[in-house]
Every structure is written in C-alpha cells, then in structure tokens.
Design a protein around this ligand. Structure first.
Ligand SMILES: CC(C)(COP(=O)(O)OP(=O)(O)OC[C@H]1O[C@@H](n2cnc3c(N)ncnc32)[C@H](O)[C@@H]1OP(=O)(O)O)[C@@H](O)C(=O)NCCC(=O)NCCS
Length: 153
C-alpha cells in the first residue's frame, strides 16, 4: 500500500514511520487491509496526521475520508485540541482531502506564536515538513464524529 502511494524520500520515510510511529489505524474490507493512517500526539493539545494512504484499487470510495475522520476522532480522544498535517503543494488529491475536511494552511510562524519558539521548532522538525509542502491545521473539533458503518463501495 505504501509503495503504491509514495515515492522517493516520502516512501522511505513512510516505511520507517509505520514501524515506529505512536499509532497506526487501518481500514479493512473483508479482512483485507485497504488503507491506513499514521498518527501521533506532539506538544500538549496538538495531534499530527503523518500519512493517510489508501490502496489504489480502493480510492475514490470514501475510504480516505473515513480514515481522516477516524484519525481526528482518535487524536481528539487522546487530548488533541488541534490537528496538524503536511501535504505536498502539488498533491491535488491530498490537498482536496484535507481541505475538504476543514484543514487550513498554517505556518511555522503561527505554530511558534502559539507554542513558543523552542517548542515550535521541535514540533516543526517532528512533523517532517519539507520544502514543497504546506503545513495544514484543523482548529478545534470541526469534523463530525466518525460515523458507524462500512465505507462506500
Ligand atoms: C489522498 C488519498 C488518501 C485519498 O483517499 P481516497 O480514499 O481516494 O479519498 P476519498 O474517496 O475519501 O475522497 C475524499 C476527497 O479527496 C479528494 N480526492 C480524492 N482523490 C482525488 C483525486 N484523484 N483528485 C482530486 N481530488 C481527490 C476529493 O475531494 C474527495 O472528495 P469527493 O469524493 O467528495 O470529491 C489517496 O489518494 C492516497 O492514498 N494517495 C496516495 C497517498 C497520499 O498522497 N496521501 C496523502 C498525503 S499523507
């Protein structure tokens, strides 16, 4: 799934991250894993969605949306008041997914004003934001709770 979803430095980072990230949540259909999210909490009150990936045969059926809603619900349940994510500026599907769920563009300046310069630097580093990516944030609990039921098929 990761090999279908990422290339180059992102693939290497995703493979490393899935082995040591705090939380991996997965979507299954009939026992087959078809999507995953990688999540962590950072400073008090801040969650981070490292990656959301869906197997290519199962895209555009609402699985990515379900995983993102689930990720936000999970991070909220462990104390996050806001959730960050970084996406490639030219990754149209990813931008549409996150922005369609209420994420907005933020910046290192905004993060460090909120958390202080030293914590801001540490958060920015741990979020693995690289040139060509934009940092997004979801302020507060604006995604409705993860609904019950199966993904669309
Ligand atoms: C991004 C990704 C997770 C979306 O998964 P998905 O299951 O296809 O997403 P959904 O079906 O829930 O679609 C949710 C929204 O994302 C956007 N979207 C998804 N695929 C899109 C595409 N190919 N083009 C444009 N927008 C797209 C749409 O806004 C869509 O809402 P809509 O169906 O109401 O138009 C999937 O394309 C993927 O795994 N990509 C590779 C990995 C990646 O780039 N991950 C994100 C960065 S961490």
């Amino acid at each position: 799934m990761l090999q279908e979803s990422f290339t180059g430095v992102y693939l290497r980072h995703a493979v490393r991250t899935v082995g040591d990230v705090q939380t991996v949540r997965a979507a299954y259909i009939g026992g087959e894993p078809i999507g995953l999210s990688m999540l962590k909490t950072m400073e008090k009150g801040a969650g981070y969605v490292y990656y959301v990936a869906v197997a290519s045969a199962h895209r555009r059926r609402g699985v990515g949306s379900r995983l993102l809603r689930d990720a936000v619900s999970y991070l909220r349940s462990v104390g996050a008041n806001e959730v960050y994510a970084s996406v490639g500026e030219d990754n149209a599907e990813s931008n549409a997914l996150f922005r369609g769920h209420g994420f907005r563009k933020t910046s290192f300046g905004e993060v460090s004003r909120k958390y202080g310069m030293i914590r801001g630097v540490s958060m920015y580093r741990s979020m693995f934001v690289v040139p060509g990516e934009v940092l997004l944030v979801l302020d507060g609990p604006s995604i409705p709770d993860f609904p019950a039921g199966e993904p669309k098929s």
